[in-house]
Each structure stands twice: as C-alpha cells, then as structure tokens.
Design a binder for this molecule. Sequence first.
Ligand code: PMP
Ligand code: GLN
Length: 392
Amino acid sequence: MRPTNPVFTGINTTVFETMSRLAMAHNAVNLGQGFPDVDGPMDIRQVAADALLDEPNQYPPMLGLPELRQAVADANKRFYGLDVDPAAEVLVTSGATEALADCIFALVSPGDEVVLIEPLYDCYLPLVRQAGGIPKRVRVRPPEWKLDPAELRAAFSDRTKAILINNPMNPTAKVFSDAELELIASLCCEHDAFAICDEVYEHLVFDGQKHRPLMAYKGMRNRSVRIGSAGKTFSLTGWKVGYITGGAKLIDPIAKAHQWVTFTTPPNLQKAVAFGLSKDDAYYEDLAGDLMNKRDRMAKGLRSLGFSVLPCDATYFLTCGFDGLGLGETDIEACETLVKEAGVAAVPVSAFYGENAPVEYIRFCFCKKDEVIDEALARLSVFVAAAGAESA
Ligand code: PMP
Ligand code: GLN
C-alpha cells in the first residue's frame, strides 16, 4: 500500500478522546477532556429545538445566517468596542476547530513560518504542518507562564507569515498581559505578519479581569482574525458552532477554505447562538463567577491534598504538579495511575507540546457540578492517603 499522509498517519488519537475513553472504561470522574457537565441555558436550547421543527433545515448561507453574523458583530462592539461589518467581516464555522483549520489553510502557504506558543492546543501543529507551514515554537514556562520578549522576538523573521496565539490560554489558564500583547502586535506589524487569535475562552476570565483581543491593538485590526466558540461561551460544546471576525481581505480567502471544509453549520444551532450572544451582562458575569467559585473549590481541595496548584486566571482548567504524591514519575504515568487507581481522569500537560515536553504537570477540568468536584477530591484523598501509608 502507498503511504498515507504522514501528518495524520501514526500520530496519537487526541489526548482528550483518549482520556475520556479511559475514564469511561474505569468508571472514573472525568476531569480530563474539557466540557461542562451541565448543559448551557435552556432558552438557547429551546430556540434551537423550535427552529429545528419550524424552520428550514436546508443549507444556510455559506458565511453563516445573517442574524448570527450580526450578533457576532454586535458582540465585538459591545465587549471590545470593535466596529465590525457583519456582511464582510464575520464567518460562521462548525466549531473553533474548523475555524482554526480554515484560517491556517487560507493564510499559510508552504514554506511560511508560523510562530506558536507552547504549550499549545493539540490541533495547532498538525494543521500548520498540513498547510506546509514551518512551526517556530516559543515556550512560556511555569509557574507564571510569562512570555520572554527576547525569545519571542527571536522567533520572528522575514519568513514569518503568522502567529497563532491562544488567549486566554489552554492548558495554562494564562491571560496574556497588556505588555505581552503589545509586543506581539508590534512584532506582527514589524514583520508584516498575520495573527490568528484563538479566543474561545474570551468570556471565561476571572477576578475582575477583562479579555483584551489582540485585534484591538495598534496596527492589528486588519492583520488579525479572532476566533470564538459557542461551545465555551454557552456551555454547549457538542454543538460545534464557531465564529471568526477579521478584516474583509482575510475573511474572503478564509471563507474559500471553509467552503471546502464544511461549507455550512446547522441553521437551527446558528439561530440559537445568535439569540445567546444577545444575552444580558448578567449571563456573562454569572458564567465567569460560577466558574471562578469552582476553580477555588477545586484548587483548595487539590492544595490540601498536596498538589502544587498553579495560578488560574481564566478557562476551566487547573494545572498542577504532583510531586511526592505517589502518582509516578511522569505526567502520563500520573494520569494513568489516577484514572485506574484513584478513579479520576486528568490530562497530561506534555500532550500540549511538540517534543521535549516537561512532564511534571497534569491538568484538571473544573467546569463540573460541585458534588462532582467533591467526589473527585474525595477519591483523590483516599488514593493519596493510601499511597502515603504505603510509602511510610
Ligand atoms: N481552541 C482551544 C484552545 C480549545 O481549548 C478548544 C477546545 N474545545 C478549541 C479551540 C475547539 O473549540 P470547538 O469545540 O469550538 O471546536
Ligand atoms: N478543548 C477541550 C480540552 O482542552 C477538548 C476538545 C476536544 O476534545 N477536542 O479539553
């Protein structure tokens, strides 16, 4: 048989699917793959259900339902003061994952360099490689995950076509500082590079902080595209509805990529997401507030068990060290021990790196009911106590 495409051949199944399968097999509390265990607002789901029954279920417009494009433009104005033309500067996709693929395929040509910040969401590297791009990786390091200006500057060159940045960042739960974003913006302008901004966690930001889109920085309006996800904003991850905002000159080729990837997204879900985006401020405040309480509940419990919990400013993930807890030497070992022996699934942070990954951290997802968090903590407590007794 002829070889199949090496970009996709012989690589691992995504760690999220792998851990969810293991969680199921071992009847574990699943704090691995990131998804809420309570579905998003009933009124949004009702709009989707009604539209499914009462309205056409045929191909909607390729760029997305006009009412959703308008809602995305309105949200850009409302939250970030960005003026966006819904007819030419918004594209609806089947999830942020499709949006990422469309943006990378449309903006990156073979041989172009793409700056990526590690740890990175696991689809970035294969998508850049499939486009023929050359990844230039820069690392942020725990516990603060700060971007080193000199390292970032060194990653840019005359061949840099784009930077792909995830802010707020999975799995680090980092919110990029104003100074970091300014530096990224100035390097993009200096090197005439695009910015692909994965901002799916834009509304899951804590402690009174506000999300700052890179697109709002000087010189970035027409060289950036920003990606949102209804899955995250409305706790409906299975819907896979995403949206891209960007200058018309970028949205045009990105829409051409989209037309050969999915072409459209289910119309009833689009209609419901348009409704969701118009929800009042209280919805968005409660979403972040509830998650922040869960973060604190989980972090306190993990700390009391001896995990070293890193700061978490956003997203629904906590990363922590597990040294001295009897879980094993590496993050992969630790996650295997946890899922099989403690009955709790987590995700190894090394899965978010290309190579030479650090192996000291695991990620727990905390967008779960309080009783589920408590059950996971109770299971971990039993395991840690038993491991401690064994080694004593
Ligand atoms: N980007 C990041 C950083 C993510 O964590 C996720 C997780 N789902 C996605 C993109 C994909 O979002 P979607 O489910 O809308 O495709
Ligand atoms: N983004 C989710 C996470 O980080 C997973 C999404 C997926 O499974 N593809 O856990």
